[in-house]
Structure formats: C-alpha cells, structure tokens
Design a protein around this ligand. Sequence first.
Ligand code: CTP
Length: 406
Amino acid sequence: MRVALGVSGGIAAYKAAELVRLLQDKGLDVEVVMTRNAREFITPLTFAALSGHKVITGMFGEAQGSSNLESAIEHIAVAQSIDAFVIAPATANVLAKMAHGIADDFLTTLCLATKAPLIVAPAMNVNMWEHAATQENLETLRNRGVRVVDPGEGYLACGMTGAGRLASPECIAQAVFETLGLREDLKGETVLVTAGPTEEPLDAVRYISNRSSGKMGYALAEVSRRRGARVLLVSGPARTEPPAVAGLERVRTAEEMAQAVFRHLEEATVVLMAAAVADFRPAEVSSGKIKKQQGAPVVKLEPTVDILAEIARRRREAQLIVGFAAEADHVVENAAAKLRAKRLDLIVANDVSQDGAGFDVDTNIVTLLFPDGRKKALEKMRKLDVANRVLDEVVELRKRTVTSDK
Ligand code: CTP
C-alpha cells in the first residue's frame, strides 16, 4: 500500500522522518510531499534517503530537473495511487487552506486531487491552536471526514507550554494504520511460508525447475508480517527480492526445502505452503558437465518428498495448514482431492492456464476450498490482495480452533 506524507513548515517537521520509518515498518510505501516552508526546517534529501523516492516539493518539478509536463503527470499519478494522505506536521496555515479548498502548492493541491482518506496531525503555537479560526477550520475538516490526530500538551519550541505540540509519531502512525484497516490480527502466530520454485540438479551446470516467481509466497510472508505475525520464510531460488521477515532461509532443492521446513515445523502455528516444489528429480546427478559427445542422455527421474503431505502427517493440534494447487484443468476437482488427501485446513487453487493467474505475474485468480465443502471463487486481484484474503480465512479458522479448545 502507498501513503503520501505531507510535511508542512514547523519545528516538528523533523519528527516526520521518524514517522516515515514507522509507516515503512508495516510495509507501506511512503511518498513525501513538502511545502516550501518545510524545507526551511529539514531538507528533502533526508526524506528522499528514507523513503527511497524523489521528494515532491513543488508543482512544476522545481529543483528536480524534470519538465513541467513530466512533473504534472507524476503529481496526478501520486493523487491516484495513494491509499491515504497524512499531513504531519500540519500548520495552522495548511489547515486553513484545506478547510477552504485553497490549492496553491502541491501539498494542498493533492488534498483536493486525491480521493484517499486524509489524516492531519496539527502542530503549532498554543495561541494559534486555540484561535477560533483554527478550531473552526478543524471542525470543518472533521465534518468532511478528515481524521485529526490531536496535538499533545507540553513544552513547545516557542518556549510556551500548552496544547499545540505534534502528537507522537507512534500515535500518528497508529491513526494511519487504523484508517487503512491494517489489522494486527495475526499477533502471536508464527507463520511458516514456503515460496518460489526448487531446482533439481542434473549435472554441474544444469537443473530441472519450473516457472514459479515466488511472488505469491512473498506476498503471503509480507502480509503475514504486516498483520502482526512472526514470519519464517523458506524460499527457493525466486527472481524477486524477499520481504523483510524474522527468519529467511534460502534453499535450492526440494530436499533442502523439506529439511528447512521440518526444522521450523515445531514453532510454526500456521504453515502456508506456496512453493512450487518439484515433484521429481534426476535420479543420478553427474558431478561434472554432461558432454554432447556422450549423446543425448536419458534422464531417469525419481520422486521428491511431498513436504505438504509430511507436514500434515506430523501436524500438531491447532496448527493450521494451507496448501496451494496449481492446476491447468479440472481446477476445483483436482484441488479438492488434494485438500482431502493431505487433510489440509484450506487449499488455494489457481488455474494457471488463465491470463493474469499463476506463474510470474502480479495478479492471481484463485478459488479457496475448505474441508467442509465450502468454496469461494475470488475475482482476479493483486497477489498481495489474494494474500490478505487467504489470511482472513486463517484468522477465521483460528477463531474456530480456539473456540473448540474451550
Ligand atoms: N508440495 C509439496 N511437496 C512436493 C510437491 C508439492 O509440499 N513435493 C505442495 C505444494 O507446495 C503445494 C501443494 O503441495 O502447496 C500442491 O502442489 P501441486 O504440485 O499442485 O500438487 P501435487 O500434490 O504435486 O499434485 P499434482 O502433481 O498431481 O498436481
């Protein structure tokens, strides 16, 4: 998810740097927008370094070397792509402009141009805070659905004490998380996720593998972490960067993946088996390189360990096990058979023959199947959204195991 952070000119602007970190910690992509006055207090470079994005400081690409058209397009793109816009610190001046629909710089233009929810964290001198104009403007904004994170009381930079001090970065971040519906509903769970393909060597340079990109497993790991779980990720050689998790183990073969999974099985309360594990491997591996002169080799394959079946066999009470089924035909029937055979709590079936589903794309089209015969077909959506839907079901299943324990 993407959040824009608007920084306006106040001594508390430096605290916005800490807020960037807190938002990123939950996996949010942060785009910083600064007013001209904010730049008197903290440099755009600080925010560029923290956020990993160019900081938007003006309407027309000033100080960025980009053309007016480029920057105008970029600005519209920001307005459309963000899931929330938080302004911290918000000065009395910015609040007044927002209340009256004035758009004379990029920050205030974005307030009008975006449909994303707005959150403001005011910071100012106590007299400005208490002024009827400010209070009336805040009332207008609240009535319009803007969320206000009230300032705290305490020592103010101007030497006075009283209300007006920017709320703590933690409080502001919390307001953003609540607005985005980011839940901590997997707190206390240890989620073991497998991702990516495996590679089964044939000789010193060749191997058998599959087209799995690891994206679905990485999305599950990322979303589990955002929702408060401790995440252990066992990843085959995927082509993208894995998310930051509590424990990452990189493996190559099905056998290595099996060993890594079995090692962590004891501590896992939830297992999400998204990896595309090779079902077969070459029975013999040449230590050197097979030479052309030797003629076309006949490769004999042998089965690998079925990790998921083994996990299900060893399962502890209250451990939730989710399998994935990549199918090209009779998707639901085949997946339902796997669900039963491996005694899973849930299987996520995807039809890899459809456009926008399966390997190496950012979207997926899946059907969720449950042991009691329930079936939920989801529309085409981003893998991150699929991950959230799968984890919603894990949370529901957990409620049942907890109730049945009582
Ligand atoms: N899986 C596993 N170990 C294997 C093969 C598969 O743990 N050696 C897991 C996958 O991670 C996935 C599920 O089993 O969660 C289903 O994988 P899939 O390859 O679709 O099914 P298979 O059981 O291998 O059956 P088939 O080849 O008949 O489709």
